[in-house]
Design a protein around this ligand. Structure first.
Ligand SMILES: [Zn+2]
Length: 152
C-alpha cells in the first residue's frame, strides 16, 4: 500500500476540483449501472485519454487513483483503478474498484457484448466485391481488370 497520495496538497486539489453534487447520473435502466449514485464531476484538467489529472508536485497525477487511495487506504501494488460507471473523468470512490489490466480488458469486452457491435467492413468484403466485378467483366469481354485495389 502506497501512502504517497495522502500528501495534503494533493488531497486539497482533489477536493477543489471535485463536484460531488452535479456529476452525471449513470443510466439506471442499464443493469451494469443500476444502483450507482452520481458520478463526481471533474472540473480539473483531463489527460489525452480523458482521465482526470491533478497537476501538483511537479507531475500529473491521476485523480481517480488518488480518490480511490484516499478512501481505501492505498492501491495494491501494480493494480489498476477501474471505473464501474464507465465515466473516465469520475472520481467517486463508490464507482471505483481495483483490478488488473486483464480485468479491465475483460470488463471492456463484456460491455461491448452488452451493446450491438458495430458491423465491420473488412478487407474481405472489399475483395469479394472486386472479384464479383472482375468475374462479370471477364465474362463480358474476356478482359481482366487492370486496376487491382491494392495497386491504387
Ligand atoms: Zn462514476
Amino acid at each position: 500500500m502506497k501512502k504517497f497520495y495522502e500528501h495534503s496538497e494533493v488531497s486539497a486539489v482533489l477536493e477543489e476540483f471535485t463536484d460531488k453534487e452535479n456529476g452525471p447520473l449513470p443510466d439506471q435502466s442499464h443493469p451494469r449501472y443500476a444502483g450507482l449514485g452520481r458520478c463526481w464531476g471533474w472540473k480539473g484538467p483531463l489527460n489525452n485519454c480523458g482521465y482526470p489529472t491533478i497537476p501538483v508536485v511537479g507531475r500529473s497525477l491521476l485523480a481517480h487513483r488518488i480518490s480511490f487511495s484516499n478512501h481505501n487506504g492505498g492501491i495494491p501494488y501494480k493494480m489498476c483503478v477501474l471505473h464501474q460507471c464507465d465515466n473516465r473523468s469520475c472520481t467517486n470512490p463508490e464507482h471505483l474498484h481495483t483490478g488488473t489490466h486483464a480485468d479491465n480488458m475483460r470488463e471492456s469486452a463484456e460491455r461491448r457484448n452488452g451493446l450491438a457491435p458495430k458491423p465491420k467492413k473488412s478487407k474481405n468484403e472489399y475483395m469479394r466485391k472486386y472479384m464479383q466485378e472482375y468475374r462479370k467483366k471477364k465474362k463480358a469481354n474476356n478482359q481482366p481488370l487492370t486496376n487491382h485495389p491494392k495497386s491504387v
